[in-house]
Design a protein around this ligand. Structure first.
Ligand SMILES: NC(=O)c1ccc[n+]([C@@H]2O[C@H](COP(=O)([O-])OP(=O)(O)OC[C@H]3O[C@@H](n4cnc5c(N)ncnc54)[C@H](OP(=O)(O)O)[C@@H]3O)[C@@H](O)[C@H]2O)c1
Length: 271
């Protein structure tokens, strides 16, 4: 990551972490606090948010605000833009996501739309609203979380993977549009990460590929290191190798079948 003075010059004084109460989101908040950024922490679980905010203020002397909000709500982005209107927001990390795992038709339409709202609508509108402020102030950054499952169709998490593909393509386009106007955009295309949410999905290990799961703080460090240098990052050497094979060596049809086999073993056959 850039040194602190450079980081503050590029991303100002305040960062929003949307989906901050645990796991990767909490790790983003902690790493940004180390770099002296004040934080707006957003999630649904109030108590977790408050204790994280208290801990980060105490440890790093940063200011914190907490905002208890369901990011799948239709007006979530507007609420955030309004609540943070008086703060000079220089960085948006959109980390929250919803993944409805299982055969496509065994999940309700509501679940699929919750994925689309949480993973696409809200970050899209937030980027639109906060992007206007960032371009006007001439500095800023946006980090979106995506997944290796977005590089090809991914059976049993088809909608989730498609929402994450949207995030990759959006971030890359905006990186190119905004990079010369002082606003950095990055999408972090992550493999499996040891978060409470990942553990709660009860994967049958990694479907036979060995344990490639990463620690949240490792992923966050690689993401923030890449911010301002490139449009996307794949944290972890093994993940970069695996994604190279999947995208450039295997025919796409084989990649889709291979990924589907892994996900079937992880989430369907052992249930
Ligand atoms: N973990 C992995 O293996 C993995 C792999 C690839 C990509 N990713 C991506 O990394 C990101 C985070 O990973 P994770 O799922 O493991 O979670 P995490 O960062 O450990 O936790 C998700 C955070 O988002 C919040 N959140 C979720 N839905 C929300 C909603 N509707 N409204 C408000 N806050 C919400 C949760 O808080 P509350 O529950 O308190 O609201 C929590 O703080 C996601 O974008 C995911 O797609 C993860």
């Amino acid at each position: 990551m850039a040194d602190q003075a450079d980081f503050n010059a590029r991303y100002g004084r305040w960062a929003i972490v949307a989906g901050a109460s645990e796991g990767l989101g909490a790790a983003y908040a902690a790493e940004l606090a180390v770099h002296g950024l004040n934080l707006v922490l957003i999630a649904r679980r109030d108590e977790l948010l408050h204790s994280l905010a208290f801990e980060l203020s105490r440890k790093y002397g940063v200011e914190t605000r907490t905002f208890t909000l369901d990011l799948s709500a239709a007006d979530a982005a507007e609420q955030i833009a309004q609540t943070t209107g008086a703060l000079a927001i220089g960085l948006l990390v959109y980390n929250a996501a919803f993944s409805a795992i299982g055969p496509f038709l065994e999940r309700s339409l509501d679940d699929h739309f919750r994925e689309i709202h949480t993973n696409i609508h809200t970050p899209f509108k937030l980027i639109y609203l906060l992007g206007q402020r960032m371009l006007a102030q001439g500095y800023g950054g946006v980090v979106l979380m995506s997944s290796l499952s977005a590089f090809q169709g991914s059976a049993y998490i088809s909608t989730y993977a498609a929402t994450k593909a949207f995030n990759i393509v959006l971030a890359e386009g905006l990186w190119e549009e905004w990079r010369e106007q002082g606003v950095d955009v990055l999408v972090c295309v992550s493999g499996a990460v040891k978060t409470p949410n990942y553990a709660a999905s009860e994967p049958e290990q990694t479907g036979g590929l060995g344990d490639m799961t990463m620690a949240p703080d490792q992923v966050v460090r690689e993401a923030l290191d890449a911010l301002g240098k490139q449009p996307y990052v794949i944290p972890g050497r093994m993940n970069r190798v695996a994604s190279f094979v999947m995208r450039h060596l295997l025919p796409r049809k084989s990649a889709v079948k291979f990924k589907g086999g892994i996900l079937r073993r992880m989430y369907v056959e052992h249930k």
